[in-house]
Design a protein around this ligand. Structure first.
Ligand SMILES: NC(=O)C1=CN([C@@H]2O[C@H](COP(=O)(O)OP(=O)(O)OC[C@H]3O[C@@H](n4cnc5c(N)ncnc54)[C@H](OP(=O)(O)O)[C@@H]3O)[C@@H](O)[C@H]2O)C=CC1
Ligand SMILES: CC(=O)N[C@@H](CCC(=O)OP(=O)(O)O)C(=O)O
Length: 345
């Protein structure tokens, strides 16, 4: 089956190309970019030197639909929404990696992203692609909104406890940290080596665009959820996200019940690895892989559980989850092309 990648010279686009190159059933028929259209892909993405003969092209919906069954949009937010309508009319499935189609509530995208929103009919049509939790809807979808990197780590860590009704819904605190590739390839002052190296900084405090995305999904699972506290930090490493989640457990909930909730949901999941109680994963243990690793510990003094969830932002948080969703949408083995161990050390 042929697929296209739009935004093939960005960090998530490059990661898609790396994963698709080793996929048993999906092959890349077209790669698209804006400023570099006309160049060879391997001339722009030097790590691919000699590994690809593909030439980057300007976005062309007709050509994409003609040559591929599915297209990945790995574009900055605010751009994908302009390309979706034209593609949607055609016979091609779409996975959008940006935040453009994730927020369903009218006005929320404008408020948090500070940009005009996509047309409501496409936002409503888009299925939220949290693979482990929404696979039934993803299976039937023509349009998938791939989750954000921080929401992926956070929601995977919280969901089993919500599904079993084990935590209070009015007091969740998420303390999250990301490597610098989370910001994409365009440099900024905060991502400048001299500023980011040997530094730890907090950013977008109470303003982060992933707050409404996390809350929307929490309320979808349990409508009684109150606003969450969510903070984000930039860490001087290339890849990785750690979401450290603090939640109050309901009266009488035991550590065994928490462990059972995780095991019940993720025992059979290919890409979520449970560390169990009192063993916590670090970001390097999932580096370059599609795994989300989760550990937890109940503090009986405060009646709070601390859940630690780690992912590679570019794989499970972006390209890997997108390939997982493509596998589900195309009726392939869900794990196809995604079986590789993390790179360590
Ligand atoms: N980085 C991450 O960890 C994650 C990113 N995401 C989301 O994925 C999306 C891509 O992110 P990321 O890879 O980091 O971004 P980058 O900034 O690294 O790359 C963006 C890509 O989009 C291309 N592009 C921009 N405008 C157009 C256009 N009009 N037509 C075609 N191509 C265009 C750029 O090409 P050119 O240089 O030629 O303009 C570039 O290849 C974003 O929405 C981001 O929020 C989601 C989860 C994690
Ligand atoms: C480290 C870093 O800067 N990360 C970015 C992640 C952006 C992202 O993935 O954006 P959308 O999911 O909203 O499209 C941030 O915190 O804004």
């Amino acid at each position: 089956m042929n697929v296209s990648v739009v935004g093939a010279t960005g960090y998530s686009g490059m990661e898609l190309i790396r994963l698709l190159a080793n996929h048993p059933s999906l092959s890349i028929s077209g790669v698209y970019s804006s400023s570099t259209a006309g160049s060879r892909l391997d001339a722009e993405n030097r790590q691919l030197h000699g590994l690809s003969e593909l030439v980057l092209k300007k976005f062309d919906a007709e050509q994409i639909a003609h040559t591929s069954e599915l297209v990945f949009l790995a574009l900055p937010s605010g751009i994908a929404k302009n390309l979706v309508p034209e593609l949607y009319e055609k016979d091609v499935k779409i996975i959008d990696l940006s935040g453009d189609l994730r927020l369903k509530e009218p006005g929320e995208y404008e408020k948090w992203y500070k940009k005009p929103a996509a047309k409501p009919e496409y936002v409503q049509e888009a299925v939220y692609g949290l693979s482990e939790w929404n696979r039934k809807e993803i299976e039937k979808a023509k349009l998938v909104a791939n989750p954000g990197c921080y929401p992926t780590a956070t929601l995977l860590g919280l969901a089993p406890l919500i599904a079993q009704g084990l935590i209070e819904t009015d007091d969740v605190i998420i303390d999250a940290k990301s490597g610098i590739s989370g910001a994409g390839k365009k440099t900024s002052e905060a991502a400048h080596y001299a500023q980011a190296n040997e530094n730890l900084s907090i950013y977008k405090v109470h303003q982060h665009q992933h707050i409404p995305e996390i809350e929307q999904q929490l309320r979808h699972w349990d409508s009684s959820f109150k606003p969450v506290m969510f903070t984000t930090h930039l860490v001087p490493m290339t890849r990785g996200i750690m979401a450290t989640i603090h939640a109050k457990v309901k009266k009488g909930v035991t550590s065994q019940e928490l462990a059972d909730a995780f095991e019940l949901k993720y025992g059979e999941e290919a890409f979520v690895r449970l560390r169990g109680e009192n063993e916590f994963p670090s970001t390097k243990e999932v580096y370059g892989s599609n795994y989300c690793d989760i550990g937890f510990r109940l503090d009986e003094r405060t009646n709070r559980v601390t859940v630690v969830s780690v992912i590679d932002n570019l794989v499970k948080g972006a390209a890997g989850q997108a390939v997982h969703n493509a596998n589900i949408m195309m009726g392939l083995d869900e794990t196809a092309g995604l079986h590789f161990a993390p790179m360590f050390p």
